[in-house]
Unconditional design. Sequence first.
Length: 296
Amino acid sequence: MISVTRLGRSFAARVEGIDARRTLREDEFGAVVDAFHDHGVLIFPGQDIDDAQQIAFSSAFGTLERNMRATPFPPEIVDVSNFDPAGKPLLPGTPKRAFNDANQLWHTDGSFNDTPSVASLLSGREIPPAGGDTEFADMCAAYDALPDAKKKRLERLIAVHNLAHSRRQAGLKEIDTLLILPRPPVRQVLVRTHPATGRKSLFIASHIERIEGLSQAESDALVAELMAWATRPEFVYTHVWAPKDLVMWDNRRTMHRATPFDGFEVHRRIMHRTTVAGLGPTVKDGRAVEEAKAVV
């Protein structure tokens, strides 16, 4: 039997009674989707899954994004571990380490794609003894708490998201052309309406390099203001990982970031992510458009 338990006063929930190694029954799937819409972040504990099982479970929620480059893993798997597949730690100063360190900035998966991502599922295969938590910010609650005048102003604005921008913030000096060039800057609404729930949320991330219609200084100031507002403690849930946790979150209503931990080159943090692709853009022909309703 499935149970869904809100985690304290946060917006996240723990879901028990699910086995991600097998196909969900119709009633189980419906319960997960309802919980996903209610909470935005779901924790499925004790899911001892491999890549094939994670791909199969994730695919129930929509078409999965695929890597643009060849990796030792299936193309649907994004490896965000601190050790490489050969068992060697990612060392400071290397491009892969710098690229992954950018995940410690607040962001939304896929906002730098013309069609932004719907959901992400992260499997904690191995966990360090302490630290390495993941923080999530509720963009719906952050939007709801804004003054009405501020909401009206933000709803008219469009932001330009660029993967290279966030990676440069993290200190990546040599931009990987294979990864970056296929992803030119894209335009996204600053306020997003969830196609399933109808709730509005801030759609912000460290990928934003400018907001259209503002000077660069005005844009930088507004982005910094919104990031600080949206990540206030009352809007944030911190997930302390346990081995074999599977965490699923809604990129349409959350931001997240990884947190550092001691012993990065000693303790293994092996994490594999699958990402449910979106169905359309948030901006088309210079105007905001209604998003297509996905499986979730």
